[in-house]
Design a protein around this ligand. Sequence first.
Ligand code: XLS
Ligand code: CA
Ligand code: CA
Length: 435
Amino acid sequence: MEYFSDVKKINYMGKDSKNLLSFKHYNPEEIILGKKMKDHLKFAMSYWHTLTAGGTDQFGDATLIREWDNLSPMEKSKARVKAGFEFMEKLGIEYFCFHDKDIAPEADTLEEYFKNLNEIVDLIEAEMKRTGIKLLWGTSNMFSNPRFVHGAGTSCNADVFAWAAAQVKNALDITKRLNGEGYVFWGGREGYETLLNTDMKLELDNLARLLKLSVEYAKEIGFEGQFYIEPKPKEPTKHQYDFDVATVMNFLRTYGLEKKFKMNIEANHATLAGHTFQHELRLARINGVFGSVDANRGDLLLGWDTDQFPTDVYDATLAMYEILMAGGFKEGGLNFDAKVRRASLDSIDLFYAYIGGMDTFAKGLKVAAKLIEDKVFENFIEKRYESYKVGIGKEIVEEKVSLKDLSDYALKLKEIKNCSGRQEVLENILNSYIY
Ligand code: XLS
Ligand code: CA
Ligand code: CA
């Protein structure tokens, strides 16, 4: 059965094409900086937003009607697998990401739930074999079910901690079985609403314990994929423990986990934390913890996690600049953690959405590659800091001077001369590369 029969394979047709179901910039085989575009970008489909999201929000029910809606829970899950692979094949997307809960119906007992999961994983495995599509990362949903009301690893209830551990164990088994390149821990409800009822120290210690147990189990089963933490400052809790890259790095270092985890950075989470996407990527890059990306965007006028498809070429260019400067994706990739708007009712809107996101990042990649080739910012930055290459600056960097030495030096200074930061002209140059 064909689920998206009104859409054929989406091809690259160049920027002048008027075909709305074609790529204007994403030309998978085109070589950029010695590598195919598709291997630079490693696009992934998010299972949840693409196949299970119904368009519900705090004020209204589902609006997005899909072919499989009226099937029984297991049949629905099977149809979604088939539809998902058809969708990826048509778009030429080579990776996907999922939570355990996205792929199979939950049940009253864990045993039954795992049985459901296994049955669907068989089907996914067969589709992966048929198409060559790969798993970028797996994860476990430990936030939707009411049992996680107080969190999972940070729950006040030890039985819930154990249940979460069981889910992670099973999700790791599945991810290993499907050759997943990574495994993501996103905070879910790992945070708090009020400190009046919260033992923050115990919750953080326990969160670290769950991560440690997971790393140990991965070793035990020979799972060699990359572990990620995905920072987010708020939603669903008022304060999420994995606030931003800096907070997560501090947490990992506190518990001796910094060598085991990299960051999965989401654009919308960066802006919720009051940072730019580029800021979070830069911080991860300079600390050697850049891993993977959840591409999307928020809406600055709304200020919550809207998970919209990315269409801003400016942001995508700066993101790709950081990603290339970090050495590009290795185990990670670019997952579209984005959903169509509630009023985008038709399945075809999913295609338009992905085409837009893929083209935006393809264009961003091309511009970023050119900026790097021409060393536009590197040359400027190098010059801006040249005072640290000679004289007193060199001695500061080499840590050869004391505070007193510096004071003696400063006392002899007659005049301090600063250079322009040239922000406006740099922005003009950036624009000229984008246009
Ligand atoms: C929610 C997160 C979530 C993670 C995976 O805000 O983005 O979707 O990426 O659990
Ligand atoms: Ca995400
Ligand atoms: Ca989000």
